[in-house]
Design a protein around this ligand. Structure first.
Ligand SMILES: CNc1nc2c(CC[C@H]3O[C@@H](OC)[C@H](OC)[C@@H]3O)c3nc(N)[nH]c(=O)c3cc2[nH]1
Length: 373
């Protein structure tokens, strides 16, 4: 077990890569999908079951945890890993994104952001320094710089101003992070959909130097086509020998296309959140278990899936417990969707290692086109 944070690529196929991130709390196989555990839990899942789906790392959130139960309380109780009974790596986002999307009454300045809690209206401040302190108190293994996720759409001038402020905040985040062997700080590239700004941001992040790099400012309403246009150049502006993390992505076909464009790490609430709304991901596409057509169907959700829902329950049963708003519905559908995502990632890793990603991708799209989900 290493005491350092290391990343090694093991194979490439076109622009796609597969490799391993080694951390003191365990290894992360890339390309990796990170289940979202916003409030110190992956909703409707026990941590051992998150692990059983194949997840090597999960995600926590500065914004939510600083408001409740507070980072200081989690630290006093032994840190986030002990608190939530997950002893493998945790990545925490820095809070800026949620402040802009969740909190009320925000005031942004060069210093940082002051805002009112969406929970009880109390006043709070997030700065690069405070975000680093919170993520240190949580004990997260991969810390994200405090940034502003530039809203979409943004004019070139708005995007430039936002990106350049995020780069000054990246500098302050690096300084405040300090010397913490075994822990990683990731920089976040901004620049919206403007190639020259993406280049300027990447250049600034390289100068500062990070253990990994995120492509930020995407999956904010620009749509898949525009996201892929940016991913056609943005990841390769970042250091080749470091992990590249595309924040907040995404649907299965978003992930497949982003892996083809050189992305190594993903996080998205979609599989867990949609599981609670009855949306199910299968190899043949998406279905909603709420639909009456499932009420007499004895088949599993996906004949190739090894999750408990597919091994022991029919679509008819899952339709029934969803309609009845039974708690087991969220448990089984979340487990299934997370399993589907992890199976997709292991399929992508194997295909890149075998040098036949093109075949995997063609089969991925062809199977979904068959219909009859
Ligand atoms: C969805 N699209 C999207 N999400 C994004 C997130 C939050 C992800 C975070 O949000 C929470 O899920 C809602 C998760 O928190 C656990 C995740 O870490 C981003 N975070 C930062 N710091 N900077 C970005 O440029 C950024 C861009 C995103 N695009």
């Amino acid at each position: 077990m290493t005491q350092r944070f290391e990343f090694a690529l093991s194979a490439r196929d076109g622009r796609a890569r597969t490799g391993l991130i080694k951390t003191p709390r365990g290894d992360i196989r890339t390309p990796a999908f990170m289940p979202v555990g916003t409030a110190a839990t992956v909703k409707a899942m026990m941590p051992e079951n998150v692990r059983a789906t194949g997840a090597d790392i999960l995600l926590g959130n500065t914004y939510h945890l600083m408001l409740r139960p507070t980072a200081e309380r989690i630290d006093a109780l032994g840190g986030l890993h002990t608190f939530m009974n997950w002893d493998r790596p945790i990545l925490t986002d820095s809070g800026g994104f949620q402040v802009m999307s969740l909190s009320g009454l925000r005031k942004m300045s060069e210093e940082g952001v002051t805002f009112k809690s969406h929970i009880d209206g109390s006043k709070h401040e997030l700065t690069p320094e405070r975000s680093m302190e919170i993520q240190r108190l949580l004990g997260s293994d991969i810390v994200m710089c405090f940034d502003e996720c530039t809203p979409f759409p943004a004019t070139e001038a708005e995007s430039l101003r936002s990106m350049q402020m995020s780069m000054r905040w990246a500098n302050r985040s690096r300084a405040a992070f300090g010397d913490r062997p075994g822990y990683a700080l990731f920089g976040i590239q901004q620049g919206s959909v403007f190639k020259d700004q993406r280049a300027e941001s990447a250049e600034k992040l390289r100068e500062i130097g990070f253990e990994g790099y995120a492509v930020g400012g995407l999956a904010v309403g620009e749509g898949q086509e525009l996201m892929f246009d940016v991913l056609d150049y943005a990841p390769e502006m970042l250091p080749d020998d470091r992990p590249r993390y595309l924040m907040g992505v995404g649907k299965p076909d978003d992930i497949v296309g982003a892996v083809q464009r050189g992305i190594d790490m993903f996080d998205c609430v979609l599989p867990s959140r949609s599981g609670r709304t009855g949306q199910v991901f299968t190899r043949r596409g998406v279905l909603n278990i709420k639909n009456a057509r499932h009420q007499n169907d004895p088949r599993p959700l996906d004949t190739e899936c090894r999750c408990p829902a597919c091994q022991h329950y029919s679509r008819a049963y899952l339709h029934h417990v969803f309609r009845s708003q039974e708690i087991i519905s969220s448990m089984l559908l979340t487990w299934h969707n997370l399993q589907y995502y992890q199976d997709l990632m292991s399929g992508l890793r194997a295909a890149i290692a075998a040098g036949d990603l093109a075949t995997f991708v063609a089969d991925f799209h062809a199977t979904r086109a068959l219909g009859d989900v």
